[in-house]
Write a protein that binds this ligand. Sequence first.
Ligand code: CAA
Length: 259
Amino acid sequence: MAYQNIEVRTEGGKVGIITLNRPKALNALNGALMDELGAALKAFDLDETIGCMIITGSEKAFAAGADISAMALMTFTDVYKEDFITRNWETIRSIRKPVIAAVSGFALGGGCELAMMCDFIIAAENAKFGQPEIKIGIIPGAGGTQRLPRAIGKAKAMDLVLTGRMMDAQEAERAGLVSRVVPLEKMMDEALGAALMICGYGQLSVMAAKESLNRAFESGLTDGVMFERRIFHALFASADQKEGMDAFLNKRPPQFTNR
Ligand code: CAA
């Protein structure tokens, strides 16, 4: 597929990197971009050689939100009929391998929501996060009112969503939205380092860890712990579990086969 709104490449033959590329609109997310993003993520997810993905943007903007010029004239009938947001965005939730967001500049509205749909966020010092939809007469529509309070708690989420203010990378790290903050020039190296580390592990246990962690947000503690236990037990049927433990006991590096 030829992409117009994103750039796609691999690093080390193992990490799939997707760069959002609508610089004139600060990477505002329109239907075409989201279709391409979904297609690229799916292709990497199905590619056995790829172990982890990174989504990033430009220095100035990860993404400044859903495309306001595309939404401005839409009616309730339009958005309801085409299931606006769900059609493209839910694809990201279905990706089974880890996806890291490497965020510099603005991650606002749908941009912040896209970053939150990734498995974790590595931010550059110039990153700015926010849900400013209130300023244009709407509310977050791609999970912002749900994922933000789960990530940073109700008080700060209410503050951000109701005032529309931005928070900088340091505040976002203190609040638990991002896992690491690094200088801008080190951001991609940091994300790549994390991705390559993940690629060194067995894909089965990596996917199982992601699936089980996501359950923490979708079930109660008893169900979540039971789900984790079943997956934990299931991994004892894998060659990677035998290999990983044997390698540890014999003081050698493991050779995972993703089986
Ligand atoms: N949609 C469409 N175009 C956008 C955009 C967006 N979300 N954000 C920025 N742009 C465009 C601007 O219109 C401008 O285009 P022109 O040069 O053609 O005028 C260009 O990108 C550069 O933007 P600015 O000149 O505004 O740049 P700035 O540095 O002065 O400000 C900014 C940067 C603070 C991010 C500002 O652009 C801004 O506030 N953008 C809108 C942020 C926003 O409201 N996002 C939420 C969108 S709604 C949403 O996302 C719903 C949802 O939950 C899914």
